[in-house]
Design a binder for this molecule. Structure first.
Ligand code: ZN
Length: 491
C-alpha cells in the first residue's frame, strides 16, 4: 500500500492562476505518486517472489525429509519381513522333519516288533543287520534320514545371550552343564559371528542356523559322544583361539577350519569305539578297511550335510577355497583318532622348538594338535564341570565292554566295570597323555600354563589322593572279609 503525502496542498477558490499552478503541481505530484506506487509494487512483487521461492525451498526440504523417513520406514519393514520369512522357512522345515521323524519312528517300531516276532527268520531277514547293530554302526541310509533339521530346538531362533555369557564363553571355566541344547546352539552361532567368520566369508546367517540344527540332529544321545561333547570341544577351541591370540598367527581360513572341524568331529558317533568296530567287523570297519572307521565316518557325515544346499555354509566359496576347507577339515577330524596320538605328538615335538608360522606343514601339525587338545580337554575345566564327564565316559565304556563280553569279543581292561574306577581311569590318562601334550603346546603358547596346564596338574593330584583313599578302603574291606572267613573257619 502507498500512503498519500501529507504535505500536498488543498484546493482553494481564491485565484485561477493559483488554480492552474496548483493543478500543474498536483499532476506532477500524482505522477510522482504513481511512480512511487509502481516502484512500491515492484518491490512488493520482488519481495513476494523471494518469499514464495523461500517457501518452495522449505517445502522441498520438508518433502525430501518426509520421503527419507518413509523410505527408511519401508526399508525397516522390508528387512523385518525378510527376517520373519527366513525364520518361517526354518520353522516350516522343522515341522516337515517332525512329521518325517514321526513316520520313521513308527516304521522303526514296526521293524523292531517284526524282528521280535520273526526271530527265527533273522538269517533270511534283510532287517536283521539293522536290528542287531542299529546302535553300534551307522548306515548311510540312516544318515540321509537325519540330514534335514528337526524341531528339537524350537526356541533356538529366539534365544539371546547375556553379556556375562558372551564373556565367559571365551574361557575354559565356562560351565558347559547349565545349558539346554537350544542355548548351546545359540552359543555356537555366536562364536561364528564373533570370530568374524560370518562376515569375512559372507556366510548366510540363516544357513548357519540351519547347518547347526542339522549338526545337532546328527549327534546321537550317547552317554559321552553326544552334542554336548561337540559343544565342549568347540567351546574349548574358541577359548584357545582367544587365549593364544590365534587370529594374529593364523589366517581366517585356518580359524574356520579349526572351528568347523571341532563342530563336526564326532558326528553320528555310535557310542562304540574303533576297536569294537574292527573286532565286531561292523559295516563301518568294513567300509573303511579298519582305518579310523569312526573318524572317517564323522567326516563323511559332515560333508553329506554340506552337500545339502540349505545347510552349506560354504556355498559362497569358489571351488578352490572349498577344496582347501574340505581338506583342512578332513585332516583335523582324522587327527582325533587316539590311535594316532603318539605319531601326531612326536611330529609336533620335532617342530615346536623351531616353529615357523609361515610353514604350512608346521601350521597343519599345530592345528592337528589343537583339535586333539580340545577333544580331550575336559580335565582342563573346573573340577565340578570335569568330573561328571568321567561318569559319562565310563558309562559308555561299560556299555561297550558289556556288549563285547556278550558277543565274545576282547575287552579292554580300562573299559571293564570289574577293573576300572574313576581315579584309575583318570590318573594314567592325565599323567601320560594330557600333561605331556599340553606342556608341548605350552612351549609355543606359555599363556596356557596358568589357565590349562595348572588345572590338569591339580586334577592329577586330586585323583591320586582319591586313589589312595580307595586303596585304603579296599585294604580295610579285604581285612574285614579275611577276618570273617577266618572266624567262619574257627567255628
Ligand atoms: Zn570327541
Amino acid at each position: 500500500m502507498v500512503s498519500i503525502d501529507p504535505t500536498m496542498p488543498h484546493n482553494s477558490e481564491s485565484s485561477s492562476q493559483d488554480e492552474s499552478q496548483c493543478s500543474k503541481s498536483l499532476n506532477e505530484r500524482i505522477f510522482v505518486l504513481w511512480e512511487s506506487v509502481w516502484a512500491g509494487r515492484d518491490k512488493e512483487e520482488l519481495f513476494q517472489n523471494v518469499l514464495s521461492q523461500v517457501a518452495e525451498q522449505f517445502s522441498r526440504a520438508f518433502k525430501i525429509n518426509e520421503l527419507k523417513t518413509e523410505v527408511t520406514n519401508r526399508l525397516a519393514m522390508l528387512e523385518k519381513r525378510v527376517e520373519l520369512e527366513g525364520l518361517k522357512v526354518v520353522e516350516i522345515e522343522k515341522c516337515r522333519s517332525d512329521i518325517k521323524k514321526l513316520r520313521e519312528e513308527m516304521a522303526s517300531r514296526n521293524n523292531r516288533i517284526n524282528c521280535l516276532n520273526t526271530s527265527s527268520d533273522f538269517a533270511r531277514s534283510p532287517t536283521r543287520i539293522g536290528c542287531k547293530f542299529d546302535s553300534a554302526v551307522s548306515s548311510f541310509l540312516d544318515d540321509n534320514k537325519k540330514l534335514t533339521p528337526r524341531r528339537d530346538v524350537p526356541s533356538y531362533p529366539k534365544y539371546h545371550l547375556s553379556q556375562e555369557t558372551v564373556e565367559t564363553l571365551r574361557k575354559p571355566i565356562f560351565d558347559v552343564w547349565q545349558w539346554e541344547h537350544n542355548e548351546m546352539l545359540s552359543c555356537l552361532e555366536h562364536m561364528y559371528h564373533d570370530l568374524g567368520l560370518v562376515k569375512d566369508f559372507s556366510i548366510n546367517p540363516i544357513t548357519l542356523k540351519r547347518w547347526l540344527l542339522c549338526i545337532h540332529d546328527n549327534y546321537r544321545n550317547n552317554p559321552f559322544h553326544n552334542f554336548r561333547h561337540c559343544f565342549c570341544v568347540t567351546q574349548m577351541m574358541y577359548s584357545m583361539i582367544y587365549l593364544c591370540s590365534l587370529q594374529e598367527k593364523f589366517t581366517q581360513v585356518d580359524i574356520l577350519i579349526l572351528m568347523t572341524a571341532a563342530v563336526c568331529h564326532d558326528l553320528d558317533h555310535p557310542g562304540y569305539n574303533n576297536t569294537y568296530q574292527i573286532n565286531a567287523r561292523t559295516e563301518l570297519a568294513v567300509r573303511y578297511n579298519d582305518i579310523s572307521p569312526l573318524e572317517n565316518h564323522h567326516c563323511a557325515v559332515a560333508f553329506q550335510i554340506f552337500s545339502q544346499p540349505d545347510c552349506n555354509i560354504f556355498s559362497n566359496f569358489d571351488p578352490e577355497a572349498f577344496k582347501q576347507i574340505r581338506q583342512g577339515t578332513i585332516t583335523l577330524i582324522l587327527a582325533t583318532d587316539m590311535a594316532r596320538h603318539g605319531e601326531i605328538l612326536d611330529s609336533f615335538k620335532q617342530k615346536v622348538d623351531s616353529f615357523d608360522f609361515t610353514n604350512e606343514e608346521h601350521v597343519t601339525c599345530l592345528k592337528m594338535v589343537l583339535i586333539k587338545c580340545c577333544d580331550i580337554s575336559n580335565e582342563v575345566r573346573p573340577m565340578e564341570v570335569a568330573e561328571p564327564w568321567v561318569d559319562c565316559l565310563l558309562e559308555e565304556y561299560f556299555m561297550q565292554s558289556d556288549r563285547e563280553k556278550s558277543e565274545g569279543l576282547p575287552v579292554a581292561p580300562f573299559m571293564d566295570r570289574e577293573k576300572v574306577t574313576k581315579p584309575t581311569a583318570q590318573i594314567g590318562f592325565i599323567k601320560f597323555v594330557l600333561i605331556p601334550m599340553f606342556e608341548t603346546v605350552m612351549k609355543l603358547f606359555p599363556q596356557i600354563e596358568e589357565v590349562m596346564v595348572q588345572p590338569l596338574r591339580e586334577s592329577r593330584d586330586r585323583y591320586e589322593e582319591l586313589k589312595q583313599i580307595d586303596d585304603a578302603m579296599n585294604e580295610v574291606q579285604k581285612k574285614k572279609s579275611e577276618n570273617l572267613t577266618m572266624g567262619g573257619k574257627k567255628k
